[in-house]
Design a protein around this ligand. Structure first.
Ligand code: DGL
Length: 270
């Protein structure tokens, strides 16, 4: 059981920002990644559709005999909040670890959440943060242009288009008492430099992929499920649309040169 892979999925390649952090803190774990590139984005879709897609993504990963599944997607974690209950393996979304880190980080008690429209409309982060700390003040902002920017390679903080889109969504939090901002979508770490510059260095940015990776390590440790392998883990990548250019695009999200390519699968079969 211990040496089975961790299954990770996202609507597209954004979840690779969580894989990047997993590789750093759990280098010997095998990882199977599924990016639903044929149906991205999820963040503009209805609740029913997001629930259906999340369940199919998890069923695909279960076929790979994984020991745990991570929904490395703020949208699925927010909207399909019961997904983990139906699975026969350990499960984590990005919500709980990220909200906890945010609640611990804020000193002013004023925080903001950036996410897809589905994530923000669900108020998932706001509800959870208020449960953790009833005195916290939570501002919410959906950022529908961030995912297309990132998927199309627009991430340079000095790019005029990136700068103006980021300003448009986050400038309202500048010079307020908001001191902590959740990057509530796994695509957003690629815009971290631009968001950080727009908000100023006093504002702490919480990366949901990083927090989820740290939480995963703890969960595997507590359940005696850490890999016993002493060599670097193997990684397999699957997508639901063309794997053309996967190495270069995925390399951007993973922050390293990719050697592996991806296999295309038909997610509608699951
Ligand atoms: N990466 C997904 C998330 O974390 C968002 C992308 C999408 O809209 O599909 O919410």
């Amino acid at each position: 059981m211990k040496n089975k892979a961790i299954g990770v999925f996202d609507s597209g390649l954004g979840g690779l920002t969580a894989v990047k952090e997993l590789i750093k803190c759990l280098p010997n774990e095998n990882i199977v990644y599924f990016g639903d590139t044929g149906r991205v984005p999820y963040g503009t879709r209805s609740k029913d559709t997001i629930i259906k897609y999340g369940a199919q993504d998890a069923r695909f990963l279960l076929q790979h005999n994984v020991k745990m599944i991570i929904a490395a997607c703020g949208t699925v974690s927010s909207v399909a909040s019961d997904l983990g209950e139906s699975l026969p393996v350990k499960f984590s979304g990005v919500l709980e670890p990220t909200a906890l880190a945010c609640a611990n980080a804020t000193k002013t008690g004023s925080v903001a959440v950036l996410g897809t429209s589905a994530t923000i409309n669900s108020h998932s982060y706001k509800k959870l943060l208020e449960k953790i700390n009833p005195n916290i003040k939570v501002y919410e902002q959906d950022c529908p242009l961030f995912v297309p920017l990132v998927e199309n390679g627009f991430t340079d903080k000095d790019d005029i288009i990136v700068k103006s889109v980021v300003e448009r969504y986050v400038s309202q939090f500048k010079d307020t008492d908001v001191d902590t901002v959740i990057l509530g979508c796994t695509h957003y770490p690629l815009l971290k430099a631009a968001i950080g510059e727009a908000l100023g260095e006093k504002v702490k940015l919480i990366d949901s992929g990083y927090e989820t990776a740290i939480y995963t390590k703890k969960l595997l440790e507590e359940n005696n499920l850490l890999s016993t392998s002493e060599t670097e883990g193997e990684r397999e990548f699957y997508v639901s649309d063309t794997p053309h250019n996967f190495e270069s695009v995925a390399g951007r999200f993973l922050g390293r040169n990719m050697k592996s390519t991806a296999t295309r699968i038909d997610i509608e079969k699951y």
